[in-house]
Each structure stands twice: as structure tokens, then as C-alpha cells.
Design a protein around this ligand. Structure first.
Ligand SMILES: *Cc1c(COP(=O)(O)O)cnc(C)c1O
Ligand SMILES: [Zn+2]
Length: 426
């Protein structure tokens, strides 16, 4: 007999079907039914979710969104999965903080920080995982998994715990210990691998085929990646249904970067914003693993893989970015730039964001801010442009990068005289 408290079969809510109609090859345009597939059988191109939004009216959609929950499911009408009752609470609808102090430093009158470091597992990956896990359950999988540069491991582990699924996370063994811990605590099985992320990813693809597990960022990638569109929707909604002029986004595989773009495009198409053109969409990569930035600078269309990434920004260390080529195209057609910054600039930017805006980011956020600084210095972002900086991960998981950087003064005796001397010595 099955107990009501122990659901043995998980089912997504039986709310209406989604607007997703097919998976479409980004290269040859071939269409496939909605299944756990991610590559085209004709040409090996990547598959992307296609929708039929023709039943939506602008005003109806807007009020549905505005009356929706204060999390990413408020945009369910534009997503490929139905709201999942056992998804983690509190994913998305993160603050868009007006950055007065940082803006003044950089000479930008209207700068905002989209602070995705405050999601439940402390990175934007909770968004993509929310969609992937909802879809995995719809498809009937009992095991979820991922190949991760760190944050995805935590997000999948947390969501897996909440949904009651078996969970395996594959990570390069050299990522930050804080990120391994932040995945292990949820009870997921960690699979550390002596190799680069690209090698981890290759193994994970074989495991996906062999064991039939739902890998959020491999066989469920078309659904997973749609979760990033919600960062575009929220930005526009929080700005009062308008698009910014310039945005700066970190690039690892390029999924976040290209899907925020897709989100902005949908808002224009659905007339949820009055704007008719995309913002300039700029990308940020670390030196030591900046294959897309290098191709952009060199004017190439091919991305030359980085064999051995070497950067403190482990979450961005993907040498062979799956969406690198499409990212290049986005930068080119929106008038954006893709830059790379070094480890010292990353650490300085982490401290600058914390000391001006009270937001403690991990190196990925440092990469993004340091890139914004570069763009303002180069005059590529004007003083009056409404600019949004995407901060995608939390610094508490990567405190190791600040070891020895900010000295703590020696302890003093609990005497007023000692404190007087202490103040004088500063
Ligand atoms: C995964 C990740 C990104 C970007 O990843 P994409 O593969 O480009 O989507 C950015 N920032 C952080 C903190 C991440 O964990
Ligand atoms: Zn194809």
C-alpha cells in the first residue's frame, strides 16, 4: 500500500500544456517532438525549444505575469515546463538593485545590478535547473545528473533533494572545495573527476546514453537553457516593462548569454515592452579561459578551444563552449563586445562590488564587473545608458580566492587604551 506521505511516482501539476510545440535544430531547421533530445539527427546541430505564442495577448499575458508568484514560475506561459509543485521555493525574481555608488565610480548615471547570488543555492543555476527538473519529472525520469563547473552541482543537488530524485553530479576535482561541499550537503552523489570540464562533460554524455539519466545540461539542455530567459523577463519587468540600453553577462558555455538575448527578443515580439531593438549585449570571460572573447577580438567565426583553462573563475572555465559561436553572433548583431579580464582584475572587482553595493560575488561576478569597467573606460558604454550588470553567483562559496588578500588586524586587549592605540595605528 502506498502512503500519501510517500509519493512513489512524481507527477507535475496537471495545469494546461505549455506553449512549446517542438524542438527545432538551430542549424538546419529540422523539427522534432518534445522529448529528452538535444542534437539534430540530420546535422548534429543543437536543438532549441520552439513555441506557439499566438494564443497570448499582450495585456492578458502581462496581467498573468504580474499576478503570478514572486518567483520564476510567474513567466510559465513563456517556458517549456509546467510549474512543478515540488520545485525549490524562491527561485528567481531576485533583486534588481540600483547601483548608485558603483555607478558613480564608473561614471554611469543609471546602473543596476541583477543580483542572482541570492537564489536558494546561491547562483543563477537554480533557474535553469527548475525548468530541467520539472521537465525530467514530466518525462518520467527518476534520476537527475549534471556535468558542472561548480554551481550547477549545488543547484541540481538541492533541486533533486526537494523533488525526491536520485542525484549524481560530475565535477572537475579541482573546483573550489566550498562548491563540492555545497553540493554534497544535499545528499547528492558527487563524482569528482581528474580532468577539465570538457572531459567531465564528455564522460557525462556517455553516462547519459548508457544509464538513461536526465542530465540537466546535456539531454535536457534545450529545456534547461530556457530557464535563463527569465533573467531577461525580470529585468524588463523590474525596470517598469522597458529594456535596458546595455547589459553585461558572463559567458561559460554561452547558454546564459544567448538565452537572455532570446528572452529580450520575445519581450519585443510579444510587445511586453515598447522597445523595438535589443540592448547592446556584452559578454565577459576570464583570461585563461576566454575562447569566445579571443574569437571576438580576432574577428574569427570559429572558436578555438582552450585545452587547459587557468583562471580563478572556475564557474566560467569551459574551454569548448557549446554556444560560443552563437554568442559571437549575438555580440556582433547587438553592438555588444566580448572582453576578457585577468585574475587580479577579478579580485579587485569582487572587492569593488562588495564595498560599493554590499553584494559579495564569486569570481564570475568579478569577471563581469571588471569587464563593465573595461567597457566604460573604452567609452563603449555612455554615461546615460541604462546598464545592467548580471551577478550570477555568491562569494560565500569561493572565499578561498580572497585568502590573504584582505589582512585582518592582530587582536587587541579588551581595554579602551588598546582601542585608542588601534585607531591611531590605522
Ligand atoms: C554557469 C555559470 C555562468 C554561465 O554559464 P553558461 O554556461 O554560459 O550558461 C555564469 N556565472 C556563474 C556563476 C555560473 O555558475
Ligand atoms: Zn539540423
Amino acid at each position: 500500500m502506498t502512503s500519501l506521505l510517500e509519493p512513489t511516482t512524481l507527477k507535475a501539476d496537471t495545469t494546461p500544456a505549455t506553449a512549446a510545440t517542438a524542438l527545432k535544430c538551430k542549424e538546419c531547421g529540422e523539427r522534432y517532438p518534445i522529448t529528452p533530445a538535444h542534437v539534430c539527427e540530420n546535422c548534429f546541430g543543437p536543438l532549441e525549444v520552439e513555441y506557439d505564442f499566438s494564443h497570448l495577448t499582450t495585456s492578458g499575458l502581462k496581467s498573468e505575469i504580474e499576478q503570478g508568484p514572486r518567483n520564476l514560475w510567474r513567466y510559465a506561459a513563456l517556458l517549456p515546463a509546467r510549474p512543478f509543485a515540488r520545485s525549490l521555493e524562491g527561485v528567481g525574481f531576485t533583486p534588481l538593485q540600483r547601483a548608485y555608488n558603483l555607478g558613480e565610480r564608473l561614471g554611469l548615471r543609471e546602473l543596476y545590478v541583477k543580483n542572482d547570488a541570492v537564489n536558494p543555492s546561491h547562483s543563477f543555476k537554480d533557474r535553469v535547473v527548475a525548468i530541467a527538473v520539472a521537465k525530467a519529472v514530466e518525462f518520467g525520469f527518476d534520476t537527475i545528473a549534471c556535468a558542472s563547473t561548480g554551481n550547477l552541482a549545488g543547484a541540481v543537488a538541492a533541486a533533486g533533494a526537494r523533488a525526491g530524485l536520485k542525484t549524481y553530479v560530475f565535477v572537475p576535482a579541482n573546483i573550489e572545495p566550498g562548491k563540492i561541499l555545497a553540493a554534497s550537503v544535499y545528499g547528492a552523489q558527487i563524482v569528482p573527476i581528474d580532468g577539465t570540464y570538457d572531459e567531465v562533460n564528455r564522460l557525462a554524455s556517455q553516462v547519459a546514453d548508457e544509464y538513461g539519466w536526465a542530465f540537466t545540461n546535456i539531454n535536457l539542455r534545450p529545456f534547461y537553457s530556457e530557464g535563463s530567459k527569465t533573467l531577461a523577463y525580470e529585468t524588463a519587468e523590474q525596470l517598469g516593462w522597458r529594456l535596458p540600453d546595455h547589459v553585461v553577462i558572463p559567458i561559460a558555455s554561452g547558454s546564459l548569454y544567448t538565452k537572455i538575448t532570446k528572452g529580450f527578443e520575445e519581450l519585443i515580439r510579444l510587445k511586453l515592452v515598447a522597445d523595438e531593438t535589443l540592448p547592446a549585449i556584452s559578454g565577459a570571460q576570464p583570461e585563461g579561459c576566454g575562447p569566445v572573447a579571443a574569437a571576438f577580438a580576432g574577428g574569427y567565426t570559429e572558436i578555438k578551444p582552450v585545452k587547459q583553462p587557468n583562471t580563478i573563475a572556475h564557474s566560467l572555465a569551459i574551454g569548448s563552449p557549446a554556444d560560443g559561436y552563437y554568442s559571437l553572433k549575438v555580440a556582433q548583431r547587438t553592438g555588444g563586445t566580448i572582453e576578457q579580464v585577468n585574475d587580479q582584475e577579478i579580485v579587485d572587482a569582487i572587492r569593488l562590488l562588495a564595498s560599493t553595493e554590499g553584494i559579495f560575488t564569486e569570481p564570475a561576478g568579478g569577471v563581469t564587473l571588471a569587464t563593465l569597467q573595461k567597457l566604460t573606460r573604452q567609452g563603449k558604454i555612455g554615461r546615460d545608458e541604462v546598464t545592467v550588470l548580471y551577478v550570477t553567483g555568491n562569494g560565500l562559496k569561493t572565499q578561498n580566492v580572497l585568502d590573504g588578500v584582505i589582512p585582518v588586524p592582530p587582536a587587541i586587549t579588551p581595554k579602551l587604551g588598546a582601542f585608542d592605540k588601534f585607531l591611531e595605528s590605522l
